[in-house]
Design a protein around this ligand. Structure first.
Ligand code: HEM
Ligand SMILES: *[C@@H]1O[C@H](CO)[C@@H](O)[C@H](O)[C@H]1NC(C)=O
Length: 476
């Protein structure tokens, strides 16, 4: 009796397995055979090792590194339901990032797509993408940002006022700072109070849903993310309604988009017309794309400075020099913040060394060839940016933190801190502005020591210190 049950079980599992293999051989592309690498188990592929690398100390990058050691710089895999090819090098980056229109599109995880919505900048291509970038580009341009400089400077000083003699989690502080800035830019949110708290807590839930599995069951990160997104949209709806009724008038991002929208309704300016859905999807997109990245950059920068006293000394010199030219009591000015050459090298070196986004993901929209490999429509191609940023030919002794690498311009497609081509980061000027202002006040006032030595990273798409970088701060 027992034996027959066992036999049946063996038979069933053999059937299931052969069905899996049959399925895999049916759906795995023949063209992929020439590319080194393993597609892993049927159906699940290498998803389990992908997910376990994700939560390891070295982070998601270890998945890539592991396979590169085994297969070389170009390899294939099958993760989370996708045939994926990893590539690296300047040639591949040139093709993938500047590729002719319609050759590739941005490749988001399913969860990200669902949370951000179909009209997000991240999900549009071609002309629609260009148009959206134009619309959001204006307030994020250097001129557009001038309006927000005073607010950014004030919030940075107020944040740092609280640091004296305390233990702080740099990542939390950086997160609060950048969220206050973007909340104010977008919808004139006050830096403190109930609305700010609501905004902050909803945003945090949305943000952590991005790296979750797409199970829409109550209690999962994904489900909570969608719910928080809906609350955020309700908040935006009521602000938009307030603006339309003329009850409140502000000078912010939302206002400029609403103005364009109402002008477009008149008829002649259809180009700039955005529906409310598009408006909300893209405001959320800016929040999502801009927050964790800037927070991570500020945190890594603070960490690298402490670990490299000579760089900190030189940076401090630049800022004390700026300060000493001021008359008593005056604060940082717009023209000063636009003239910080060494600080900008330190920012670039931080983005190189930390490589906050370890790879850029694209989906082939047509067949093409890179480095002799034939890429087929529908495949995911991930550009390994960590290897590009640590290429010893371009950056000798790549692990070293050395801003003087940027004394001379680096070769094109060697430094991709903000990406390149039509999808290059539209928030670059804002990110630089926030970092320059914050770092200015930090280095002229304080010194800091980490409370523990830990180099592991968080299980998120954006690389950040897992321990949030706790430091003890003292006045200079
Ligand atoms: C230090 C901070 C930042 C870093 C390191 C960073 C990095 C990047 C990179 C590398 C890309 C290109 C990704 C790719 O090609 O796949 C990108 C795109 C993007 N970034 Fe940033 N970013 C930062 C801050 C910001 C800020 C502050 C905003 C907005 C307020 C922002 C909004 C965006 C958007 C919307 C895109 C997508 C552009 C498109 O698809 O056309 N980023 N960012
Ligand atoms: C930093 O990198 C950007 C490219 O993202 C480049 O345009 C800029 O010149 C670099 N700045 C410095 C000071 O090297």
């Amino acid at each position: 009796m027992e034996l027959s049950i066992l036999l049946v079980l063996v038979l069933i599992s053999m059937l299931v397995f052969s069905a899996f293999f049959w399925l895999q051989s049916r759906i795995s592309p023949k063209e992929m055979e020439v590319i080194p690498g393993s597609l892993g188990w049927p159906v699940v592929g290498e998803s389990f090792s992908f997910l376990s690398a994700f939560s390891s100390a070295a982070g998601i990058f270890s998945f890539m590194k592991n396979r590169q050691q085994r297969y070389g710089k170009v390899f294939k895999t099958f993760v989370l339901g996708r045939f994926t090819v990893f590539m690296t090098g300047r040639e591949a980056s040139k093709i993938l990032l500047t590729g002719k229109d319609g050759m590739v599109s941005l490749n988001l995880f399913y969860t990200g797509k669902q949370v951000l919505g179909p009209t997000s900048l991240l999900q549009t291509t071609g002309e629609a993408h260009k148009r959206l970038r134009r619309l959001i580009g204006e307030p994020l341009s250097v001129d557009g940002l001038k309006t927000y400089f005073h607010f950014i400077n004030t919030v940075a000083m107020e944040t740092l006022d609280q640091w004296s003699g305390r233990t702080v989690l740099v990542l939390e502080e950086a997160s609060t700072f950048t969220l206050k800035v973007i909340g104010n830019m977008i919808m004139s949110l006050e830096p403190a109070g109930e609305e700010q708290e609501k905004f902050r807590s909803n945003f945090k839930i949305i943000s952590s849903s991005f790296a979750s599995l797409p199970f829409k069951i109550p209690g999962t990160a994904y489900h909570n993310g969608i719910k928080a997104r809906d609350r955020m949209y309700d908040m935006l709806d009521s602000i938009i309604a307030g603006r339309r009724s003329g009850k409140s008038i502000q000078q912010d991002f939302l206002e400029s988009l609403i103005m364009k929208h109402s002008k477009a309704e008149g008829g002649e300016d259809q180009e700039n017309k955005l529906t409310d859905k598009q408006l909300k999807d893209n405001i959320l997109t800016l929040l999502v794309a801009g927050h964790d990245t800037t927070t991570a950059a500020l945190t890594w920068l603070t960490k690298f400075l402490e670990e490299n006293p000579a760089v900190l000394e030189k940076l401090r010199e630049e800022h004390i020099n700026i300060q000493s030219k001021r008359t008593d009591g005056a604060s940082l000015t717009w023209s000063e913040v636009n003239n910080m050459p060494y600080t900008n090298k330190v920012i670039n070196e931080t983005l190189r060394r930390a490589t906050i986004l370890p790879w850029f993901s694209r989906k082939a929209a047509q067949d093409f060839e890179i480095d002799g490999y034939k890429i087929k429509k529908g495949w995911s191609i991930n550009l390994d940016v960590v290897s590009i940023h640590h290429d010893p030919e371009v950056f000798p002794d790549p692990e070293k933190f050395d801003p003087s690498r940027f004394d001379a311009p680096v070769k094109s497609f060697s430094f991709l801190g903000f990406g390149s081509g039509p999808r290059m980061c539209p928030g670059i000027n804002l990110a630089r502005l926030e970092i320059c202002v914050f770092i200015h006040h930090l280095v002229i006032r304080y010194k800091w020591k980490p409370l523990e030595k830990d180099d592991s990273v968080q299980p998120t798409l954006v690389r950040m210190p897992r321990n949030k970088y706790p430091v003890i701060v003292e006045p200079l």
